[in-house]
Each structure stands twice: as C-alpha cells, then as structure tokens.
Design a protein around this ligand. Structure first.
Ligand code: PEP
Ligand code: MG
Length: 313
C-alpha cells in the first residue's frame, strides 16, 4: 500500500540486469530540492535557472545567484547536479534580454544565442556557479540551452572552463546538434536531450500552440531517430547522454530512451517512482529490442503500440 511504499527504502535507478540508470530531478527552484530527495532523486538532471531572472526587470546580482546555487548544491552533497544557464526567449521571454518584436521567437535570439549577445549575464552566472561549487560538496555540471552548432559548443565549453567549471556540456534540443552529436560530443563533456524542444523543432510545431499539439509527441519515430544519433555518439565518444525533457517521465518511453543510449533520466520528481519500477522490468538488451520496435514505426501511435507489444514478449 501507499504507506508501506512510502516507508520502503528507495533503490537507485537500474535495469533488470543491474545496469545503473541514475534517476534525477528536474527542478526550477532550490526550495523543491528536499521533496525531490524524499522522492528518491539521485541528483538533479536539469536545474532551470530562469526563475531567478523572471521575477525582476534586470538580472539578479552575482551574490543573489551564488546564494541560490549554494542552497541547491548543499541539498545534494556528493551527488550530480546539472545546472542549465539561462534559457531566455520564446516560451521563456525576458524583457531585458529578448527582443519582443521578433516574428518567430522560437527561431530567434534565444538560449545560448541570447546569452552570447549579452555575454556579461553569462559571465556573471558562471562566476556565481563556480563560487557556489567551490563552497559545497556536490558534483556540479553546467550546460547551455538551445545549442545548434559545434562552434557554439566550443564557445560555451571554453568559457565555462575559463571560470573553473569542471564538467561542461550542452542540451541537444535542436535537430542540427542531434545530427552532429558525434562532433558536438568531442568538445562537450556530456549531452542532455531536451525532448520538449527537440520535438517542437523536429515536427515544426509550436509547443505552446494547442492547434498543433498532436505533433508534440516525443514518441514520433523522427524524434526517436534523432535521439538514437545522440545515444550512438555518446557511446562512440565515451560521454554521458541524459534526457531531461518530459519524455523521460513516460515509463515505457523511458525504457525506449535507455535502449537508444540514454545513460541517465531526469524528470519531475513525482514521476520517479513509476519510471524506477518500469526500468526494473527490462534488461538493457530488452530495452534495445523495444527501442528498435519503436524506431521501425512510421508514426507516434504505432511506435508506442510496437513498444508495448515488444515489452510484453
Ligand atoms: C526541453 O526542451 O525538453 C527542456 C527540458 O527544456 P525546457 O522545457 O525548459 O525548454
Ligand atoms: Mg528546452
């Protein structure tokens, strides 16, 4: 029952053959850290820093940021914490950073592009992160959003290293960086796939627009094929590939993502229990077979059905 389940010790994420798949939390605020730990998060796979910036008309100071990042890192001693630098634009517009007159903000100066155009903000954020890292015991990883090119990857990784960040990576949420993942992962220490935006850009369907919501389905084999590219590139380069979009919270899709090469999964903490239980039912070989069945489908609904069928046999 629920009470017994709540008091049972939480095991780390793993497949039936013992392959570890760390299960991490998506967080938007350090105040949510304790609850994530209670729900079994083994660390943080995506800390969205936008909340620090959204409530004010200017960027927070280095001191304000250091305080927030320190609080976050202190909640995860010895654990991996992946912080994403500011992802402003499109669905997360910031008055002091984004141009409200862009006709297509999802295709505009957003994410790492916007930070590069206002590099002081990025430098201050990296300063605050490095200071918080030095004062705490967590394993800090830092990543950039909306990276589209190898050149942007190098730019971000080099800058992060200048500030003493030891592990610097990129989000793969634009098809170009998924297709070039083998090159991106030469320079980046890791990749984290943002399936929300990767689906939006693969299907050319605004993730905020109800009239095209049926296209926003990460089960689509076109999206899965791009994820496979990243998984293969991670294996070839010996680099971790996480998933931090909503797709990781769908238990059967989580199995498919692992079969495609994901080495960790990050999600809303309330989704952790179901994903943990489902991963334990399949070996890595089975996950790969289930993923192959989904990849061979021609649309999202049949990919899901094929995965369900493969998971039963
Ligand atoms: C994503 O795009 O999948 C992602 C995790 O980032 P966000 O939802 O914050 O854009
Ligand atoms: Mg995104």
């Amino acid at each position: 029952d629920r009470a017994a389940a709540a008091s049972a010790p939480l095991t780390d994420g793993a497949l039936a053959d013992g392959t570890a798949i760390p299960l991490l939390a998506n967080l938007g605020n350090a105040d949510a850290a304790a609850e994530a730990v209670a729900l079994g998060a083994e660390g943080v796979g995506l800390f969205r820093t936008e909340f620090l910036f959204l409530s004010s008309s200017q960027a927070p100071t280095v001191e304000q940021q250091r305080e927030a990042y320190t609080k976050l890192l202190q909640a995860f001693p010895g654990k991996k914490v992946v912080v994403r630098v500011l992802d402003a634009g499109a669905d997360k517009p910031l008055a002091f950073l984004n141009d409200a007159h862009e006709e297509n903000p999802a295709l505009g100066l957003r994410g790492i592009r916007a930070l590069r155009a206002s590099e002081d903000i990025l430098r201050e954020q990296l300063t605050a992160l490095a200071e918080a890292d030095a004062a705490t015991q967590a394993d800090l990883w830092v990543m950039a959003p909306m990276v589209a090119t190898v050149e942007e990857t190098r730019y971000f990784v080099d800058l992060a290293r200048d500030y003493g960040i030891k592990t610097a990576g990129v989000m793969v949420e634009v098809p170009s960086s998924a297709l070039l993942a083998d090159r991106v992962l030469v320079d980046a220490d890791f990749a984290s796939i943002g399936t929300n935006d990767l689906t939006q850009y693969t299907m050319a369907a605004d993730r905020l627009l109800g009239s095209v919501a049926s296209f926003q389905d990460p089960w689509h084999p076109a999206v899965l094929r791009l994820i496979r590219e990243v998984g293969d590139a991670g294996r070839a380069n010996g680099k971790p590939v996480g998933i931090c979009g909503e797709a990781a919270a769908d238990p059967l899709l989580a199995v498919v993502l692992v079969g495609l090469g994901a080495t960790s999964l990050s999600m809303a903490p309330t989704a952790l229990a179901d994903v943990r239980a489902t991963l334990l039912q399949h070996t890595l070989d089975q996950a790969r077979t289930i993923a192959s069945a989904a990849l061979a489908a021609s649309d999202a609904a049949s990919a899901r059905a094929a995965a369900q069928e493969a998971a039963r046999s």
